[in-house]
Design a protein around this ligand. Structure first.
Ligand code: GDP
Length: 611
């Protein structure tokens, strides 16, 4: 088809031409719109006034300028008002940063789009059963058996309206997306088994949904089981600030049995009800943009990705930039493997024709011209490479200090892990009191227990700092935190923790001496020696342990003792240091309550870099 026949043309999202544009000005019914720095001469032309008038006006305000002086935003505003114009600054997003693009659609072009739903909840509460029940309910005869497992999302129609379901239940996928800056979910269905009630992963799911600002519809599941009481679940939810409607809150709860497929329609209606309140809309009359839900390399068809269209319409033959690569939507199929010629907002489609396998969470955008897609993809690749080289932490305290200082940060997100629920609550309420007019402290999770990978993922997704109070991360979690560039700060005294954050809020950097963990050992066997006490037979599992190091004994991530080693030995010899992968015997000074499975962690005080 020749280009001329391609009518009507869809709106483009970004154009490479934007890159080369100089200051663009436009007088729009008395509103002066500008996009960046502008000189006196240019402003005069745009406003249709003489440069000399502007120069005179500013001279009277004791500002000496010439026709070539470049004006800042404040002066542009002052001048516009003086000469009878309103003003507005439009920020141009470089085409290659399309993640930052805020599309302002013409309101008359917006149409309702289906909500995108993720199912979360504790293990075994029935997430998979529910997803299957929804998928298979009311399936038209021809579709049975044709349901493909290879596409990570599907749509369901109820009362003539569609709902898009993301197929991977649980909050891992949800968080992984968010930590990449992608938000695809509009509504979370939180599955809680009536016979088990609110469990740790239920609470995690609530934390994730809240941190993302996504509304929750509660599915109280397994109502077919004898003697179950939905009110118990509701009461438990209240303790986590999810207030059911019949208790005066806004959380819609639906009692279901996923196994017996009971009340599934009521659940879906509740989802549609919330969707209506959210007024989810999109403009089908523009080139598509959205997010990669999953992707793989198909041995016959090459890179294959499930894309969620979040705005616009994608048509076969569109050129796509996905992540840092580009390609052509050669073929699109839906969850029933049916070939589609176009896909509208909130539709998940499986696409082939890409040149590389993208990652889940990558954003994509469609273009009319191949050359445009190629240019943008190339630029994005370069940017990504240079970013990887200069990787800096997502939310380090030091970073925050700097940003607070520059007035950039108004929120500090914090995750608190403590040795008991009581101390988690105590730390939480003390920190919340620090919120002032300029800076708000958001505690996005405060629970008891060691620091886990799930905490790191939530922190990464929400740009939060993790504070450990009398608890520690294990080696794997620490590695994950390093990989995700999440900062973990550990304290033993509430006062010190508060002081540190207060200092951060004032923009001052705290201590120069910080503690660095040098190694961890796991206690494998115990030897009772009458004169000495209990010797712990250990395996070094990370770093190394030195005989003069400060040590901590950890049990399930919680500190049970802190002190020194009385002796460190390999075979029968006293040694100064034992490295990763070796066995050794340790005697902890003044502590005899060591148990198998305990972790002995060694640390040193070091000077903090850069300060
Ligand atoms: P998931 O880990 O949350 O995905 O949970 P599953 O969907 O795998 O369900 C865990 C177990 O609960 C399975 O044995 C299901 O058969 C059972 N189950 C799920 N929903 C119901 C229900 O509504 N009633 C009853 N009695 N059992 C259910």
């Amino acid at each position: 088809m020749s280009k001329k026949n391609k009518a009507p043309t869809r709106e483009t999202n970004v154009s490479t031409k934007v890159n080369n544009s100089k200051v663009k000005t436009k007088l729009n019914g008395g509103v002066f719109t500008y996009t960046g720095a502008i000189s006196v001469g240019e402003l005069a032309t745009a406003l249709g006034v003489a440069s000399s008038d502007i120069i005179k006006f500013l001279f009277l305000q004791k500002k000496m300028i010439t026709i070539n002086t470049v004006l800042d935003d404040e002066l542009i505003g002052t001048i516009c008002l003086e000469f009878g114009y309103d003003f507005e600054k439009k920020v141009i997003v470089e085409a290659e940063n399309f993640e930052d693009l805020v599309i302002e659609d013409d309101p008359t072009k917006l149409v309702e789009r289906p909500p995108v739903v993720t199912v979360m909840g504790h293990v075994d509460h029935g997430k998979t059963t529910l997803i299957d029940a929804i998928r298979n309910s009311n399936v038209a005869a021809g579709e049975v058996g044709g349901i493909s497992q290879e596409i990570g999302a599907y749509q369901k129609e109820i009362n003539g309206k569609k709902i898009t379901f993301i197929d991977t239940p649980g909050h891992e996928a949800f968080t992984a997306m968010r930590s990449r800056g992608a938000s695809v979910t509009d509504i979370v269905i939180l599955v809680v088994a009536a016979d088990d009630g609110v469990m740790p992963q239920t609470v995690e799911a609530i934390d994730h949904a809240k941190a993302a600002g996504v509304p929750i519809v509660v599915a109280i599941n397994k109502m077919d089981k004898p003697g179950v009481d939905p009110n118990r679940v509701k009461n438990e939810l209240m303790q986590h600030d999810v207030i059911p409607e019949d208790f005066g809150g806004d959380a819609v709860c639906v009692e279901i049995s996923a196994k017996q497929k009971k009340n599934i329609d009521a659940l879906l209606e509740a989802v549609l009800f919330i969707a209506e309140l959210k007024e989810l809309k999109a403009n089908p009359d523009r080139y598509a943009m959205g997010t990669v839900l999953e992707a793989k390399l198909d041995k016959n068809e090459g890179p294959k990705a499930t894309l969620l269209i979040q705005n616009g319409t994608m048509k076969t033959g569109d050129f796509l930039v996905v992540g840092t690569s580009y390609g052509k939507a050669r073929r699109m199929t839906n969850e029933f493997k049916k070939v589609l010629s176009e896909a509208t907002p909130s539709t998940p489609v499986s696409v082939i024709g890409l040149t590389e396998v993208p990652e889940a969470g990558d954003r994509f955008m469609a273009f009319a011209e191949e050359s445009e897609a190629r240019t943008i993809a190339t630029k994005r690749k370069q940017i990504k490479e240079s970013k990887t080289r200069n990787a800096t932490s997502a939310a380090s305290l030091e970073d925050l200090f700097n940003k607070i200082h520059e007035g950039e940060v108004q929120n500090i997100n914090i995750i608190i892990k403590a040795d008991s629920t009581g101390s988690a609550e105590a730390v939480k309420s003390s920190l919340e009191k620090l919120t002032n007019d300029e800076i708000k402290i958001n505690i996005i999770r405060a629970t008891a227990g060691g620091i886990t990978e799930s905490d790191v993922l939530l922190a990464s997704a929400s740009n939060a700092i993790i504070y450990g109070f009398n608890v520690r991360p294990d080696a794997r979690t620490r590695a994950k935190a390093e990989e995700e560039k999440v900062e973990i700060r550990l304290h033993r005294i509430i006062y010190a923790l508060i002081e540190e954050i207060q200092a951060a809020m004032k923009g001052m950097l705290a201590p120069t001496m910080v503690e660095k963990v040098i190694g961890q050992a796991e206690v494998r066997r115990l030897f009772k020696v009458s004169k000495l006490g209990t010797i712990a037979g250990c395996m070094i599992i990370d770093g190394s342990i030195k005989n003069n190091a400060r040590i901590r004994v950890l049990r399930e991530g919680i500190i049970v003792y802190e002190g020194k080693l009385a002796s460190l030995q390999r075979e029968k010899d006293q040694v100064k240091e034992v490295k990763n992968g070796y066995e050794c015997g340790m005697l902890v000074e003044n502590f005899n309550d060591i148990k198998e499975g305990d972790i002995i962690e060694a640390s040193e005080m070091v000077e903090e870099k850069g300060e």
